[in-house]
Write a protein that binds this ligand. Structure first.
Ligand SMILES: *Cc1c(COP(=O)(O)O)cnc(C)c1O
Length: 422
């Protein structure tokens, strides 16, 4: 829903596209040959055949923009996995053990995205210790625990994934209300990691455990830093999810469910390939399981400081190209929790540069190559202390391919310079 991104959502979700042949169009301006730096892959280009335009991702990891592209190592692992059949359950279990070890938690499950992990983790809390209940979800909940406590400010667009299990939310706003919300029907407490912090993570976990109730943390868009992959399970959250296709750059349709061994085991039982379960429609294929494991290996081999430096340099190069445009000001902004990477925020005096940011976004989209800016462009402030409004452009640089920052810089300069001359 790029058109309806709210303030809280601005820099939260994620996406990235495959670099088009479009880079070649820029030959003549002293830009590196971006497309040439990608490995040659044999086969039919179905984007071309279907007439679907690729674009340069200057947005970030947004689901509708296909979130991220897989690094070469991950693509190679997927291609190799596609060559041979395996037993799906054996693969799931081996992948889970490997991931749990690498991510320093008791158990792990590859899911069909973080949203699927929310459903399976909730189902695990409902059915742990009683497999017969798996069949009851979501319609026959009368004899089952079915209340999930959540902070009112943590209700969000992914609620439905939890409610798929036939549970209902009980909202609290203060620590005192949280303490009092537990009863014999409480099955889980849910925390949105990038949500507003009225009750701290530590208090959230402590109180849930005092009542013997497991707590779930949705950290879908919250790597980097790399250490977040174990920070929240080690903080005591019983279940934690990360999207596989955002910062981790695995297959877009994957997610990680991490946490307590018994709950991960229960989640597995509620999942595909088990037929009569809430998770049967959330199948993860062998290519995707292997792809996510390879993506985790790739991500753990990265370095937080090096990634940040690279993204900062991209943002600075774009800012540098805009220096000559009258009234333009730039600022590098790193969201505190989700999408915790440098973004470039560009503002200008609209009486001098006569174009609305939304219109800039449209011009970038319509040019060649197509460029997608961050959906926060032209919207309300992304965060306290930041500029915002119809004269604000946000550039997400972290999902760009090498060299694309220069293409984006040139095109932005042309559009803004043109509007200044008008
Ligand atoms: C993206 C996101 C999800 C969903 O992740 P998928 O992997 O696309 O299913 C869930 N929660 C939050 C907070 C997200 O940002």
């Amino acid at each position: 829903m790029p058109g309806t991104i709210s303030r809280r959502k601005l820099l939260r979700t994620g996406g990235q596209a495959i670099i088009a042949g479009g880079a070649a169009v820029c030959a003549g301006s002293a830009l590196p040959a971006v497309a040439a730096s990608r490995p040659k892959v044999k086969g039919v280009d179905y984007y071309q055949k279907l007439g679907v335009a690729t674009f340069i991702n200057a947005a970030g990891t947004y689901t509708t923009l296909t979130a991220s592209t897989m690094p070469d190592e991950v693509q190679a692992a997927v291609a190799l996995a596609a060559l041979h059949p395996v037993h799906l359950i054996e693969l799931h279990e081996a992948a889970g053990q490997y991931l749990a070890k690498r991510l320093r938690c008791e158990g792990a499950l590859v899911t069909a995205g973080a949203a699927s992990a929310l459903t399976l983790g909730t189902a695990a809390c409902v059915t742990a210790g009683n497999d017969a209940d798996i069949l009851s979800i979501p319609t026959d909940m009368n004899s089952l625990k079915n209340e999930v406590i959540v902070q009112k400010s943590h209700r969000y667009d992914y609620d439905h994934a939890v409610r798929n299990c036939g549970v209902r939310f009980v909202e609290v706003e203060t620590l005192e209300q949280y303490e009092q919300a537990f009863n014999e029907r409480t099955v889980m407490t849910h925390f949105f990691n990038a949500g507003e912090e009225h009750i701290s993570r530590e208090d959230w976990v402590r109180v849930a455990h005092k009542h013997g109730v497991p707590c779930f943390n949705d950290a879908a868009a919250d790597v980097p830093p790399i250490s977040n992959l174990w920070n929240y399970t080690q903080m005591g959250f019983d279940l934690v999810t990360f999207s596989g296709g955002k910062g981790l750059r695995g297959p877009q349709c994957t997610g990680l469910l991490l946490g307590r061994k018994d709950l991960i085991e229960a989640a597995r039982k509620n999942n595909s390939p088990n037929s009569n379960t809430v998770g049967r429609g959330m199948k993860v294929a062998k290519e995707e399981i292997v792809g996510l494991v390879a993506a985790v290996d790739w991500f753990l081999a990265q370095d937080d400081a090096a990634m940040e430096a690279e993204y900062r340099q991209r943002a600075e190069r774009i800012a540098g190209a805009l220096k000559s445009v009258p009234t333009v000001q730039t600022q590098i902004f790193i969201p505190a929790v989700a999408n915790h990477v440098p973004h470039l925020v560009i503002t200008y005096d609209q009486s001098r540069v006569k174009i609305a940011a939304k219109e800039v976004m449209e011009k970038m989209r319509q040019g060649t190559p197509r460029i997608e800016l961050n959906p926060g462009t032209g919207g309300p402030p992304a965060s306290a202390g930041l500029p915002g409004g119809s004269n604000t452009i946000v550039v997400g640089v972290w999902m760009m391919q090498p060299g694309e920052d220069l293409i984006v810089a040139k095109r932005l300069r042309d559009v803004l310079q043109g509007a200044a001359a008008a």
